[in-house]
Ligand binder design. Structure first.
Ligand SMILES: C[S@@+](CC[C@H](N)C(=O)[O-])C[C@H]1O[C@@H](n2cnc3c(N)ncnc32)[C@H](O)[C@@H]1O
Ligand code: SF4
Length: 492
């Protein structure tokens, strides 16, 4: 148990997230008086002191009522972050002061320093936008955000790779996300919108019609604007009948100019939803990027996580897709699955070597609230931070050897070892949708259950999130409302 007392500020969210990074899974209780601390566990006191123009933050850490550590971060007003935003400087200063305390009482390494957000690359884009030199950007990342040298250089390189896809900004373009929330079974770790196709089969036709209706209305809402990229995800879009998926794809072409679409991805995902007919249909309809996701190539783990397919099925689907003509295939992996360590990831990577995919997306396991895993995790063995880092390193070395390079990165809450998810791609085969969606420099209109539209206002550099409802029945009954929400979002 960790007690926290804030004095002179209320950055509760940031403080909680940073403590969580050092003390994974520990309960954190905010108190307003020391009397509420009974001496059990740690008490962290973090204060903000303003005297005239001078702003300081002090962190004190007590164990059993005894002061173990004290640190004063001085002159927050002068923190060098490439911007003159005082509130931001104060927030960073408070986190730096807390960070100094936490590294003295926890053995956990935090390669992302004081950063708790999911989009570290955005910071680098902002600094580049301010015309700050690269060497000064690295200094800010190291000294102010306390990011490790490796991660700082990684995000700078990714950021530079992304800029040609993001700039110049074009208000007349947008991306389209389509959610198809059906799967053949639910995987242990997953918290995405996903319904068992066998149980919900009777709703698939109605869902298809409502989705097409929503796509048609996006054309009216976005009158005069063209689509840059499309991502059909889920769930597993190929879990629904081929005719339904084709109807959805054709509705995109009916509404929007095919020529303007630079990239259209279908998350084929699981080999137990892939066959020659569905791949032919996708190819005929000019789908130019697909995912075939192993997660792991170890059959024992695949069984444990409920995938209902083998590693041999992955290889078979992959070669089938190649034979049919797909030249941009992504494969998703997850590091840290139950029972897996360095040997298992080496085995997975060895099996991917011959496949030579254009994209590899390496996720680190996140223990999500909505997953079966969260409820039953005591039953499984999960490796600690050191091993997870070693596994991630294996994927980094593998990617370099395969000549695929990091092009997008994001972090998630509850991610093992405080690490990250990295997308790798061969030169020129980067997934443009992933970059745009993550860096939030273009509007994403989203259709379907649980899909979230993000409307970008370039002048204010602001994003308005417009979520669709997360339940199937609500979505089917309230499709018009989902459309109205988007109109309101655009006018906000
Ligand atoms: C929305 S899922 C859809 C993919 C597709 N249905 C499949 O399973 O192959 C996208 C990816 O997120 C990753 N993912 C899902 N849940 C995760 C978790 N809890 N931790 C880490 N990665 C996760 C998996 O690698 C998955 O392929
Ligand atoms: S990981 Fe993919 S297949 Fe598994 S439940 Fe989630 S969305 Fe469905």
């Amino acid at each position: 148990m960790i007690y926290v007392k804030l004095i002179g500020h209320d950055f509760k969210y940031e403080i909680r997230e940073l403590i969580k990074a050092f003390f994974f899974g520990e309960e954190i209780i905010f108190i307003s008086s020391n009397k509420e601390y009974n001496g059990d566990g740690l008490l962290i006191e973090n204060s903000l002191n303003i005297k005239g123009n001078k702003i300081d933050s002090i962190t004190k850490i007590y164990k059993n009522h005894k002061l173990m550590f004290q640190y004063n971060e001085e002159d927050l007003q002068n923190i060098e972050i490439g911007q003159e935003d005082l509130k931001k400087k104060i927030r960073i200063g408070i986190k730096k002061s807390l960070y100094k305390g936490l590294i003295n009482v926890s053995e956990t390494r935090v390669p992302w320093g004081i950063l708790t957000g999911v989009r570290p690359i955005k910071i680098v884009h902002n600094l580049l936008d301010e015309k700050i030199e690269e060497k000064n950007i690295v200094e800010i990342l190291l000294n102010q955000y306390k990011i490790s040298n490796d991660k700082a250089n990684l995000i700078l390189n990714i950021c530079k790779k992304q800029r040609k896809y993001l700039y110049p900004l074009d208000e007349n373009r947008f991306s389209l996300y389509i959610s198809i929330p059906f799967c053949p079974s639910r995987c242990l770790y997953c918290s995405f919108p996903s319904l068992n196709i066998n149980k919900y089969y009777e709703y698939v036709d109605e869902y298809t019609d409502k989705l097409v209706y929503e796509i048609n209305s996006i054309k009216d809402i976005m009158k005069g604007k063209s689509i840059s990229t499309v991502y059909i995800g889920g769930g597993t879009p190929t879990a629904i009948p081929r005719e339904n998926l084709e109807k959805i794809i054709l509705s995109i072409y009916d509404n929007f100019s095919k020529e303007s679409i630079e990239e259209i991805t279908v998350e084929a995902g699981r080999p137990d939803t892939i066959n020659r007919e569905v791949l032919n249909m996708l190819n005929r309809n000019k789908i130019n990027r697909i995912s075939i996701n192993p997660q792991t190539m170890n059959d024992k783990t695949l069984k444990l996580i409920g995938r209902k397919h083998s590693s041999a099925d992955i290889i078979e689907s992959y070669y089938l897709a190649r034979e049919i003509g797909f030249d941009s295939i992504n494969m998703d992996l997850i590091i840290g699955l139950p029972g897996e360590g360095v040997e298992e990831i080496r085995n997975t990577l060895k099996k991917l070597e011959n496949l030579n995919p254009e994209n590899l997306t390496v996720h680190t396991l996140a223990v999500k609230r909505g997953s079966k895993f969260k409820k039953t995790m005591d039953k499984y063995s999960i490796k600690g931070q050191e091993i997870i880092e070693k596994m991630l390193k294996e994927t980094e070395i593998f990617s370099k050897n395969m000549e695929i390079y990091p092009y997008y990165l994001y972090r998630q809450k509850q991610i093992l070892g405080n690490l990250e998810n990295i997308g790798y791609a061969k030169e020129g085969k980067e997934c443009i949708y992933n970059i745009k969606m993550m860096e939030e420099k273009e509007t994403v209109m989203a259709a379907g259950m649980g899909a979230v539209s993000k409307i970008f206002f370039p002048k204010a550099d602001r994003i308005e999130r417009v979520p669709n409802v997360k339940s199937l029945k609500e979505y089917l009954n309230r499709t018009d409302e989902m459309i109205d929400r988007k109109i309101q979002g655009l006018n906000s």
